[in-house]
Design a protein around this ligand. Sequence first.
Ligand SMILES: [Mg+2]
Length: 355
Amino acid sequence: MKIKNIRAYRHQFKLTRPYKIAYKTHTTAENVIVEITTDEGKIGLGAASPSPEVTKETIDACLTSLVNSTSWCEGRNIDEFSLLKRECYAHLTATPAACAAMDIALHDLYAQTLNKPLVEVLGRVHHQLPTSITIGIKNVEETLQEAEEYISRGFKVLKVKLGSNLEEDMVRLIKLREHFTNTITIRVDPNQGYTLQDLIVFLDKTKELKIEFVEQPLKVSDTSQLYQLPKHYLNMIMLDESVLNAKDAIKMLTPSPCCGIFNIKLMKCGGIHGALQIASLAETSGIDLMWGCMDESIISITAALHAAFSSPATKYIDLDGSLDLENDVVTGGFHLVDGMMSTVDSPGLGVRKIG
Ligand SMILES: [Mg+2]
């Protein structure tokens, strides 16, 4: 089966719930969708959600890469999958989200040709995991209101965005824990908003609140200061913006791990191939994994879920990125029941194009 054509186009989603994090407010999201068509009419789908703040890739650069740097793939046989996914990295290194979109579409197509769900091709380890759902930076009342709504929808894990004011952050968490006692899991993400001193105060003062982990508390440039934390605190630190790809992961493990958890996002590391490189390093080094996302179509959220379920190091998922999108381009992909995610039992990613 030969690759006949590659099409890439922009798609803008409206967010049903605009949200604020430490450095910006989001009201819409734009993805680049990729469709690889074969001579037998099969279609592999991929999606890119570039993040200029994190990987320095704009939506324009992403689309330009996908329009100009994918002709090497045309006419090639999908049986060459292992080679194709490596070549994809060589051609699209400068634009990791564009690379992820191609990589996801190639994985979807290859698993479809084997007539198996992608996770079965990668080697399934997990069948289902609870995803967190994110609450942006809000006041106490709005935080409690939103938490109440998510819990009524069945979610049991909340990820609370912090980082604009340490005192307010702590008050919000104390109120959340008071309100929901021990019925929910709370994880937090200050998005680089803390200094080392802030972080130590935060960890000391929130000890009783049973915070599951703290994601990317310090600026990327301050990451090495994490070595000054006591070991029991170090293990509950997750790195996101500090770990874009496998090269960064190696740095974070040297000379010894400066965190306990990596947050893998397909859009940072160029897709499933790059993500599984990080996953192997984590597995070897005793680091736990969370699989996270941007505002992404069901296509790439599903791809992350398949990859997550194939790694023994996977402990957490935070794959809520498609839940607030109006007008997605596909349906299917995953089941979400009471906050628990699982893959659908269909070949490839199991997504269906709308229209
Ligand atoms: Mg994060």
